[in-house]
Ligand binder design. Structure first.
Ligand code: PLP
Length: 424
């Protein structure tokens, strides 16, 4: 084989191509992905079925119902998009927003910027309201922005992993509806880690991912659509040639400009019409179904308590080591903690030591926070006492080697005290 391609030249040993895959047993304590629950991996090793196999159609329906429960909704249109979390965000936008429609993005970090970028590509008349990184929006700010711009769609994150902030959403849907707008929420980073009441909070579209609090791999994105949003999309229904029923009449709205992300066709695929679309990613559906099953079986309250406790322990541990937590603590996501890299500590070298000496991954950060904070996650399968304590113990050692001065052992002790006080 000729080493004339840059990627090939970068391989240390070409013979490695023929070796078994043998990933290192990392403890993934960054902002996601995290370690998958072994039950999810086991579910994903099941044999393949075709998407029109009667047994598989039952699995699809069960998955829809499980995600209704995860997302606290009775929305009929609750299903999976085959792709990573951003595929569902893009799917909703390209299907609901016609070129020239007004979209307001409430951005409080990098993933707000992502939604603005997608809206721009869809041809929206876009306005972006920005909150300083480390803060969230107050309802009055949202109301003023919606009232002034009168968008068709408002899009925001529940939790923006880049800043570790969680936007309270209880009032935002109601505000949007008061002014005739729909609300799309990206809950990739928070679904399964903190309360998210789709129906009670009047959210028209929630999208998620598996790879964070739900303890699965990335590659399948749950989505739910309110009746209002589904209707807006379905009036753009244009069935692909070769699949059209004899009585077919196209919808009045403009044809959705993506075939893969056409939610009207995906509704027909997931409904009893069972119109063909893509070949289902069967293995991902098994994984997604297992993630939801595990979550629902443990119960919302217990899962959220486990995440909140891991967050409190991580914060206590960090502070006991003389570290400062980033952002408005009252609005911190429970599953990710931003920690300022102390003066004199080389952030990348410390992260590399965690990886190489302890097999622990923590996250760096983006944009204005790059080089300033680490992001440490404790979520999903890893929202556990042992994961939090092991990570803090390793950080202590690495920080001490970097010359940071603090009472040794204080971080683990403080975190353990949080768990003890909670009887855990
Ligand atoms: C809040 C948020 N939205 C969207 C995404 C994009 O998800 P994906 O990489 O699965 O497409 C992420 C990924 O970290 C995220 O944290």
């Amino acid at each position: 084989m000729k080493a004339d391609l840059p990627e090939l030249a970068a391989l240390e040993d070409e013979a490695s191509i023929f070796e078994d895959l043998n990933p290192a047993p990392r403890l993934l304590m960054g902002p996601g992905p995290i370690n998958a629950d072994p039950r999810v991996l086991r579910a994903m090793s099941g044999q393949l079925l075709g998407q029109f196999d009667p047994q598989f159609r039952v699995y699809m329906k069960e998955t829809m119902e499980l995600y209704r429960r995860v997302l606290e909704t009775r929305n009929r249109w609750t299903f999976l998009i085959d792709g990573t979390a951003r595929s569902a965000i893009e799917c909703a936008m390209v299907s609901a927003v016609e070129p020239g429609d007004r979209v307001l993005v409430l951005a409080f970090g990098r993933f707000g910027q992502l939604k603005a970028e997608i809206a721009r590509r869809v041809g929206a008349d876009l306005r972006v309201a920005e909150a300083e990184w480390g803060t969230v929006f107050r309802p009055e700010q949202v109301e003023a922005a919606v009232k002034a711009f009168r968008p068709k769609l408002v899009a925001t994150c529940q939790g923006d992993t880049s800043t570790t902030m969680a936007q309270p959403l209880e009032e935002i849907g109601k505000i949007c509806h008061r002014y005739g707008a729909m609300l799309q929420v990206d809950a990739t980073a928070t679904v399964g880690g903190m309360p998210l009441s789709t129906d009670a909070w009047e959210i028209d579209c929630v999208t998620g991912g598996l790879q964070k609090c739900l303890g699965g791999p990335s590659g399948s994105a749950p989505i739910t659509l309110s009746e209002r949003m589904a209707e807006a999309i379905y009036q753009r229904r244009h069935i692909e040639e070769g699949l059209r029923p004899t009585n077919y009449a196209p919808g009045a709205g403009q044809m959705i400009s993506s075939n893969y992300f056409d939610l009207a066709m995906l509704m027909d695929y997931w409904s009893d019409l069972a119109l063909n679309h893509h070949t289902e990613a069967t293995t991902m559906l098994y994984g997604a179904r297992e993630c939801a099953r595990i979550f629902v079986k443990e119960g919302h309250a217990s899962v959220f308590r486990r995440h909140a406790l891991a967050s409190a322990a991580m914060v206590a541990g960090a502070e006991a080591m003389g570290l400062k937590v980033f952002g408005d603590k009252a609005h911190k996501m429970p599953n990710v903690t931003g920690i300022y890299i102390p003066a004199g500590v080389n952030g990348d070298r410390a992260r590399n030591a965690l990886l190489n000496d302890f097999n622990i991954e923590i996250g760096t950060s983006f944009g204005p926070l790059h080089g300033k904070i680490w992001r440490i996650g404790a979520m999903g399968y890893n929202a556990r006492k042992d994961c939090v304590l092991t990570t803090l113990a390793a950080i202590e050692t690495v920080l001490a080697a970097e010359g940071h001065r603090f009472p040794r052992g204080a971080g683990v002790d403080a975190a353990l005290a949080v768990y003890c006080a909670a009887g855990a």
